[in-house]
Design a protein around this ligand. Structure first.
Ligand code: ZN
Length: 71
């Protein structure tokens, strides 16, 4: 199961929760202040791969950041 982070719009606290795919954070409570209606952040493996460097987000997986021969 994926791990999601839920941000609290009230206090800014982050609650980490194991969730089923597609589950929303509406039923969760903030660990800090008890507020409900947390907002789901994307975390974990979702950011794996194409990231960093000078990439603009559409680089090929092997791009080292200078995009030579990439696009
Ligand atoms: Zn909170």
């Amino acid at each position: 199961m994926p791990i999601y982070e839920f941000g609290c719009p009230s206090c800014g606290g982050v609650t980490t929760e194991l969730c089923k795919i597609g589950e929303k954070g509406a039923q969760l409570r903030c660990e800090e202040c008890g507020n409900t209606g947390l907002i789901k952040h994307i975390s974990g493996f979702a950011s794996l791969g194409v990231r960093g460097g000078a990439g603009s987000g559409n680089c090929s997986p092997g791009c080292s950041g200078n995009c030579a021969g990439c696009h």
